[in-house]
Design a protein. Structure first.
Length: 552
């Protein structure tokens, strides 16, 4: 998710401080929601309901539809068969973690919808501020102070102008004979000059600070690119959802753990490398094997697009090749129609909007050197073979590795994955293609008592044995529950006991108890109750679109 909720919550709490002071923040799953609404409705206080999905509890319909009744001077509203006093100052805010919720037309008509979804440029700016506050805190403080001074001085200047106009309008007779007005004009002129000088000085300092901040922008740009790579993996599988807060932890890790240097340029490079690899490792361990190359390839393409070496059309060429064209004038009998269309598309495409297509004469070259091209196409490893007539030209190009990938994908689609791996290695480095195994020990070291570890099940896989083995090494007791009908009560009791006494709970096949999973956030974050530091919750489940977003 692009986590619009955190943006919305910050805005609401600034707008309605009563929400923070009186803790009027609830969820739809709160069993006492109706009773909690009574006091805010009566006193005209704001209420915020978090984690709304695509639908809202019908209990709130009277509020949304403003079904009031008036008795004398007092308004009343009926919620869940209970009549409550209603103050017109009452405000209801609802937030959703979904980046693109499918609200019904009826709900949209009853409410005012505000989109807080962050854009890539917006996230880049936020990450830059976060980075500067950690790397060079004094710069961010200076910038904040300068912005406040500019706002204040601009306001003062406007007040002086308004005061001058008012005095001129109220003056009678000859202005030159009004000594008091002339004295006021002289004073305003002097003060306006001082304020204008302060504004000029502030702008100069702002430009200077901005130049220093811009040195760190490549880190923020890479961070924004990586986050949107992570977000788009949810289109592959719903279980790949990741929150903005999880990503910010990885971003901070890259800043804190990367090597310090004297030169800003080297420091920026170290942070980018450390952060990119950390994000890759974190996300990679939560992906099925079939999707890992997809994620790394997406990282490469987005990084090159951000650097201006590729555009969206080039990525479209890689993905679709000749699927979008039709041509029946095949010039080679030994080619099938699909291969011919792919080659034709390659010949017509202009990479990165170049004046002439790089492969514009590929059809003529195949005609001229047909024997060599047949040999290339029949090679067992075309991704490692010399490309007739193009080998040196491709190697000389800045995006030669991408041109090579497009050629292999167009001519030998069966070798596209292997060619993609070679491309990934050239763009990101050997460590991104090296075999890795994430041990349960490493996962446990990064885990926290209130954040469960979710294992995605594939046919033939079961992490329970490995978890048990680690628990024995740590001398920590475990309780296991195989979820299904009527197992929720047992699981809840084990979790409560484990949170109190400090042991591990393993819930298997949780895709069979999705309603219980929806309650897990509140179960693991009990208000006013301490959680034993040893407690851990391990969840295994198959991919399911109904799995609650908050838990992911």
């Amino acid at each position: 998710m692009i986590d619009p909720q955190s943006q919305a919550v910050s805005w609401i709490k600034r707008k309605e401080p009563e929400i923070v002071e009186r803790d009027f923040v609830y969820t739809l799953t709160n069993p006492n929601l109706k009773d909690r609404l009574k006091i805010p409705l009566q006193d005209g206080m704001p209420v915020m309901i978090e984690n709304i999905e695509n639908e809202v509890d019908p209990m709130l319909d009277p509020l949304l539809e403003k079904q009031f009744t008036v008795k004398g001077r007092q308004k009343f509203i009926n919620i869940a068969d209970t009549e409550m006093d209603y103050d017109p100052n009452f405000r209801l805010f609802m937030t959703s973690r979904l980046a693109n919720p499918h609200f019904s037309p009826e709900l949209a008509a009853k409410t005012t919808i505000i989109d807080f979804t962050v854009t890539q440029d917006g996230l880049e700016q936020q990450l830059l501020g976060r980075l500067i506050s950690k790397e060079q805190k004094h710069l961010e403080e200076q910038l904040t102070q300068l912005n406040e001074e500019v706002t204040y001085n601009t306001k003062v200047l406007a007040e002086y102008d308004a005061s001058l106009l008012e005095r001129l309008a109220m003056s009678d007779g000859n202005l030159l004979d009004d000594e008091k007005l002339i004295d006021v004009l002289a004073e305003i002129k002097l003060k306006s000059k001082e304020v204008a000088e302060k504004l000029t000085e502030s702008r100069e300092k702002t430009i200077e600070i901005g130049e220093k901040r811009e040195q760190f922008r490549p880190v923020a740009a890479r961070g924004a690119v990586l986050y949107f790579c992570v977000v788009e993996m949810t289109l592959v599988n719903w279980m790949y959802n990741t929150s903005l807060q999880q990503f910010l932890d990885l971003f901070d890790y890259g800043i804190d753990k990367s090597a310090k240097t004297q030169l800003v340029k080297d420091r920026v490079s170290n942070i980018i490398n450390c952060m990119t690899y950390k994000v890759y490792r974190y996300i990679n361990r939560g992906l099925f094997e079939a999707d890992k190359v997809t994620f790394k390839l997406q990282m490469c393409l987005k990084i090159l697009m951000k650097a201006g070496q590729l555009n969206q059309s080039d990525v479209g060429m890689l993905l679709k090749s000749g699927a979008g064209i039709d041509d029946r004038n095949k010039k080679f009998n030994w080619m099938d129609q699909k291969l011919w269309l792919n080659i034709l598309a390659l010949s017509k495409h202009k990479f990165n909007n170049e004046p002439a297509g790089f492969f514009k004469d590929i059809v003529e070259k195949i005609q001229r050197y047909e024997k060599e091209w047949k040999k290339f196409l029949d090679d067992n490893q075309p991704e490692n073979a010399i490309i007739p007539e193009y080998e040196d030209k491709i190697n000389a190009e800045q995006i030669g590795h991408f041109l090579h990938l497009c050629l292999i994908r167009s001519m030998r689609e069966d070798r596209a994955v292997l060619a993609s791996q070679k491309f990934i290695k050239r763009v990101l480095g050997d460590e991104f293609m090296a075999p890795i195994t994430d041990q349960i020990q490493e996962v446990w070291e990064e885990s926290e008592p209130c954040k469960p570890v979710v294992y995605l099940l594939a046919p033939g896989s079961d992490p329970t044995g490995a978890i048990d083995e680690l628990a024995r090494k740590k001398r920590i007791p475990t309780q296991k529950v195989s979820m299904g009908e009527e197992q929720e009560i047992i699981a809840k009791k084990h979790i409560d006991d484990a949170m109190r006494d400090g042991f591990w709970v393993i819930l298997n096949n949780c895709h069979l108890s999705l309603e219980f999973m929806a309650e897990m956030e509140e179960i693991l974050n009990p208000k006013g109750k301490e959680i034993h530091e040893v407690f851990r919750l391990w969840i295994t489940c198959e991919p399911n679109k109904g799995f609650p977003l908050g838990l992911l």
